[in-house]
Design a protein around this ligand. Structure first.
Ligand SMILES: C[S@@+](CC[C@H](N)C(=O)[O-])C[C@H]1O[C@@H](n2cnc3c(N)ncnc32)[C@H](O)[C@@H]1O
Length: 241
């Protein structure tokens, strides 16, 4: 029987897809309808759903909205329109007592986090995301593989300026949607869903680590930092058209 993972604040399932690939049965929850979510879905408030259903799951992932911390959210009033659900989510997960992973953007007030980037997985996307895991996942020192790529290597909204870019940052108005989807490893989302997604490669790796903590031996190995597959400095794939 598969371990069951609750995917809170799931949107169209970038994170959920990675956990599915790691071998979990995934159930998603979002306050808005998510017709493109590829797994079982419930439209509900995430923290209310967690409060009522946490016992049904082996492990819980949460991606509370990041606009409160995102560097691209305009300062003028927009931040106040987004409730800060990060700490209430962490508090609720601590109360539930199940293994969990909480994700957010650089700048969010998180402690003891892992930072992952697309270049650690051979993806053509510069996308830093922070993950707090309980139990904690340890990894050998790892850096982004941005070497040799200047700012001009990044395709942004301005396609003319960066038309020869080998990498992309997926945010705001994506200039080249097809390139962005390939760079993220996602082919089932709209533009608006893609800009908020986590590349599935991140959560496939995290999910594989967390899977081990569901067994006693796995938990011991995890504590000792002995179960981590090498993942840094993967070669970057061919440059797509
Ligand atoms: C950053 S997106 C999640 C992206 C997703 N993890 C992925 O990888 O594709 C955050 C989502 O949180 C949802 N959301 C915001 N407040 C919520 C709440 N109180 N309960 C449930 N979902 C909520 C939003 O509708 C949005 O879809």
């Amino acid at each position: 029987m598969k371990s069951k993972l609750l995917d809170l604040f799931c949107k169209a399932g970038g994170a959920g897809m990675g956990y599915h690939r790691a071998g979990f049965e995934v159930v998603g929850v979002d306050k808005d309808p998510q017709p493109n979510y590829p797994f079982e879905f419930h439209q509900a408030d995430a923290l209310e759903y967690l409060d009522q259903h946490w016992r049904e799951f082996d492990i819980i992932h949460a991606s509370p909205p990041c606009q409160a911390y995102s560097r691209i959210t305009p300062w003028s009033g927009a931040r106040q329109n987004h409730p800060d659900l990060l700490q209430p989510t962490i508090d609720a997960l601590d109360r539930a007592g199940k293994p969990y992973i909480v994700e957010n953007v650089p700048g969010a007030p998180m402690k003891n986090y892992l930072m992952l980037c697309g270049t650690m997985f051979g993806l053509r996307v510069f996308r830093h995301r922070l993950f707090v895991c309980k139990p904690q996942i340890y990894m050998s020192p790892m850096t982004c593989n941005h070497h040799g790529y200047s700012r001009n290597s990044v395709r942004g909204a301005n396609r003319d300026k960066y038309k020869n870019g080998a990498f992309i940052t997926v945010a705001g108005h994506i200039g080249n949607f097809e390139f962005a989807k390939r760079a993220m490893g996602i082919d089932w989302m709209t533009r608006e869903e893609l800009v908020e997604a986590i590349p599935p490669a991140y959560t496939e790796w995290l999910g594989a680590q967390m899977m081990t903590c569901l067994t006693q031996r796995g938990a011991d190995l995890l504590k000792a930092g002995r179960n981590l597959p090498a993942m840094n400095n993967q070669s970057i794939g061919e440059l797509p058209a």
